[in-house]
Design a protein around this ligand. Structure first.
Ligand code: FAD
Length: 447
């Protein structure tokens, strides 16, 4: 049985069996109940961004490709007005040396007053005096200058954060919209052919460090790669395997053009044949089982990232505006983190990017390559696939940021935006679901 994987997972020193048991019994049920909570359910994404690499060549024809967007009323008030909450993802201003008093109106019409604790920074410049005029405007001048400093520091912080990111984030794009993930499950859409192939091809060929033979993937030898390159490849391949497991496990079983009265929207379920076609060694040049092992590798990498981000997640308020729901979410996350900490052999990121200058450069290259992967997601020609592709690459990008951007900082003072937290936990949820479904496919094969 080809999906009966055995032995330890390469570059991780952890047995497949250990992951199966831990995931299916402890992690999967916890994530299932956590991910339906409002905080994790709404993801902000820009599905309208143009593909930066080539002209969009196809649109998915079948209706299951479309994404249902949210009405403004559906989104919890606390998520819409995120800046009001007090949490790790607070705006930079709350930590800056100035206190912003949003309600005070200054004489020059500025609606936000900033009182600086540091008197040096509040000295008004001549130009400011001239622009504002009037001897009573000294307070205002302090305000203006301090506000400028805050603004500039915000920009620098955003700039520094952006440099650290492994992903291009959509959150602040004007075209970004909230999507209800529960209304738009990841499943078979029929997206295939040239467009899908081009996306996968450019991810593997253009972004993997070694020449990847698309036509003959069996010639691709991981043995010649260094650890960091192998990790990169395994992440992409694990993500690809997870997506293909989902579409096989949630396949359209009845004809979409002839929906029955019983199943007007089609009937969805597990398709063993589809799964076997995609992973059987005889149809994949012997590579299918390796791709499944890469799924386990990626699972362990994201598991470790969540463990490392635990101090941040334990302090997060998961604010949606509904006290009871927020409390339940806090408790559910704490319970999940407690369980994750019990896992015996976590992925060890400390062995990566250490050594000579070449290795340090490799980290920047790694980050750049992954940012490209996140941009390629704008070229996916099926909105539903793009939504989940973006969410999962952003989740993986966040995991990489947690693992590798904390060189000069501890994980305790790492900052993540709400969308990064949502994508990290949901992306891990997808991998957990894939490992669970793999077990179902094994059972079906046995029968
Ligand atoms: P593909 O999956 O397109 O693979 C192309 C080639 O890549 C294979 O021939 C093989 O040589 C190699 N390969 C395959 N798997 C791996 C792996 N794990 N590791 C390394 N190499 C591998 N379709 C849906 O129905 N629903 C979705 O939600 C969905 N989401 C998608 C998201 C993205 C970002 C992309 C790019 C595609 C998505 N698709 C989705 C399409 C789906 O992934 C396949 O591309 C499509 O079903 C066509 O499959 P295929 O058999 O041609 O092989």
């Amino acid at each position: 049985c080809f999906c009966e994987l055995q032995g330890s997972i390469e570059d991780c020193e952890c047995e497949v069996d250990t992951v199966d048991n831990f995931n299916n019994v402890k992690i999967y049920p916890r994530l299932r109940s956590l991910l339906v909570k409002n905080y994790f359910r709404y993801f902000k994404v820009n599905l309208k961004k143009k593909c930066p690499f080539w002209e969009d060549d196809s649109r998915c024809a079948i209706r299951y490709c479309s994404v249902q967007s949210c009405q403004a009323d559906d989104i919890p008030v606390g998520i819409k007005g995120e800046a009001k909450k007090k949490s790790t993802s607070d705006t930079f201003a709350s930590e800056s040396m100035c206190h912003i008093n949003k309600n005070s109106e200054s004489s020059c019409g500025i609606s936000r007053q900033c009182q600086c604790e540091n008197s040096e920074q509040s000295a008004p410049s001549k130009i400011d005096r001239m622009q504002c005029g009037g001897p009573n405007d000294l307070d205002y001048l302090n305000t203006t200058l301090s506000a400028k400093i805050v603004k500039e520091m915000e920009l620098w912080t955003a700039h520094d954060n952006a440099l650290e990111n492994f992903c291009i984030l959509d959150e602040d794009d004007k075209d970004s919209e909230y999507v209800d993930l529960l209304l738009n499950p990841e499943r078979y859409t029929g997206y295939a052919g040239k467009s899908a192939e081009r996306v996968w091809r450019s991810i593997y060929i253009e972004n993997c460090f070694q020449t990847y033979s698309w036509e003959k993937p069996s010639f691709f030898k991981l043995d010649n790669m260094c650890l960091e390159e192998r990790v990169f490849y395994r992440c992409i391949s694990g993500l690809h395997a997870s997506i293909n497991i989902h579409l096989s496990a949630n396949y359209l079983l009845s004809d979409p053009n002839k929906p029955s009265l019983v199943e007007p929207n089609g009937q969805w379920g597990m398709n063993l044949k589809e799964f076997e076609r995609r992973f059987n060694p005889s149809t994949t040049n012997g590579k299918g089982p390796d791709w499944l092992r890469n799924l386990y590798f990626l699972y362990l990498l994201e598991l470790r990232a969540i463990e490392k981000a635990a101090p941040l997640l334990e302090n997060e308020k998961f604010y949606t505006g509904n006290e009871k729901e927020d409390w339940d979410t806090i408790m559910a996350v704490k319970d999940l983190l407690k369980t994750i900490k019990q896992f015996p052999s976590h992925f060890d990121e400390s062995t990566m990017f250490i050594g000579d200058a070449n290795k340090k450069n490799l980290k920047n290259e790694f980050r750049q390559h992954f940012r490209n992967v996140s941009r390629i997601m704008d070229c996916v020609g099926c909105d539903k696939c793009k939504l989940w592709g973006k969410l999962q690459t952003q989740g993986l990008g966040t995991a990489l940021k947690v693992l590798f951007s904390t060189e000069n900082r501890t994980a305790e003072n790492l900052k993540l935006q709400r969308n990064e937290i949502v994508s990290l936990v949901n992306a891990f949820g997808r991998l957990s679901n894939s490992i669970y479904k793999l077990d179902d496919f094994r059972e079906m094969q046995k029968k």
